[in-house]
Design a protein around this ligand. Sequence first.
Ligand SMILES: Cc1cc2nc3c(=O)[nH]c(=O)nc-3n(C[C@H](O)[C@H](O)[C@H](O)COP(=O)(O)OP(=O)(O)OC[C@H]3O[C@@H](n4cnc5c(N)ncnc54)[C@H](O)[C@@H]3O)c2cc1C
Length: 454
Amino acid sequence: MNFDVVIIGAGPGGIFAAYELMKLKPELKVAVFEAGHALDKRRCPIDGDKVKSCIGCKSCSIMSGFGGAGAFSDGKYNITNDFGGTLYEYIGKKHALELMHYVDEINMKFGGEGCKLYSTAGTRFKTLCIQHDLHLLDASVRHLGTDINYVVLENLYNELKDKVTFFFDTPVKTIKIIPGGYEVRVKDNAYSCKKCIISVGRSGSKWMEKICKELSIPTESNRVDLGVRVELPATVFAHLTDELYESKIVYRTEKYGDKVRTFCMNPKGAVVNENTNGIITVNGHSYEDPAMQTDNTNFALLVSQHFSEPFKDSNDYGESIARLSNMLGGGVIVQRFGDLIRGRRSTVGRMEDAFITPTLQATPGDLSLVLPKRILDGIIDMIYALDKVAPGTANDDTLLYGVEVKFYNMEVEVNKQLESCYPGLYIIGDGSGITHSLSHASASGVHVARNIAK
Ligand SMILES: Cc1cc2nc3c(=O)[nH]c(=O)nc-3n(C[C@H](O)[C@H](O)[C@H](O)COP(=O)(O)OP(=O)(O)OC[C@H]3O[C@@H](n4cnc5c(N)ncnc54)[C@H](O)[C@@H]3O)c2cc1C
């Protein structure tokens, strides 16, 4: 065997699996194969000047490379079982929280020390929300910020680079079952290993699907979240973000009974493009360093769509809607809330007239031509509901960027050890469909590493 353990993907799941393996069993020969670049080579070419929008790089530096999709993220590590994944269904709520706290300790040790831990425990906003039929979810959140998150990753890489063999720009093409283990094929080479951890995240979702089909690993898929990213003056949400940093608020729409939720709140942050398999959607992040902060806060408003028989491909549904916005706007579309309510598109002139400066250059347009009525109605209802706890949310100049899509990888069938039907083949992180966040993905890596070390 070339290696004892091969890890596919160097996102938080893969990194924490490697870290824990090296801590518990430094004698193991471990390799990490990563489709994207090393951390210092990751650079998105969009500079707002020469390159204004996504040019579809072969390997997207936002989504791929050491640090995974989380490398330039806001670095919000939510320590909770209420959202971010369903790891607790496999390993129990107590253990899942313990692992998330352990991940937090490591982040603090590797450069995150001093970053604030926010908490919803005992907050007065819970009452305020419930008075308006809004439901604030419980969580502690460590906000590293994009800048400190990068430092932590850099330090973790320096810790691991002499202990683990890293292969960057090396996507794994196939996995073959061989006597006593697995063979991973990359470019023109093949490497054998006793155990294999797959941690390919969202960008690896199509590849994961292919592998599951080839190896007949059962999967299930029926959910996609669709919506917009809201951007407004930071002062509108300051009372909430100063105390909680991120508030996950859920609202049930009157007409359809759909759940709309706030997601990925970035106080004084920036809205950014995201490229998923060539489709441009929207996301957001913010910096810990005050010098890099903006005057705006952004967050997503998402509506969950669950499909039942016979429709199976919920991600395709999300992609089709995102493609529609790309077709009309050449990328992300932005619309003032006032224009949406008056049934008219936003124009360059109306945007220039607005009292808010957008942090992302997007095409002014009409989101009602893109988003299904049911989803748009839910978003409008939620904006009016939020206006009661954060007055100003429903102002005319509130910006809506579309579309934001939260793709869920199909859920792969694994046992409590996150091991597939093949002994020694583990599937973790967002690629397993079980986690959807930094802390859950990282915790899943630690969990598997401990089981292997045992
Ligand atoms: C802009 C942005 C902001 C975000 N902000 C937050 C946040 O603040 N808080 C939060 O909790 N979550 C956030 N997320 C989500 C978070 O980044 C993910 O949940 C997390 O990164 C999942 O970790 P992972 O290791 O499972 O997968 P990933 O981080 O996606 O890593 C998977 C890695 O596998 C590699 N890979 C894929 N296929 C192959 C292959 N065939 N061979 C080799 N390598 C492969 C990819 O290149 C990638 O580097 C954000 C995501 C984005 C895009």
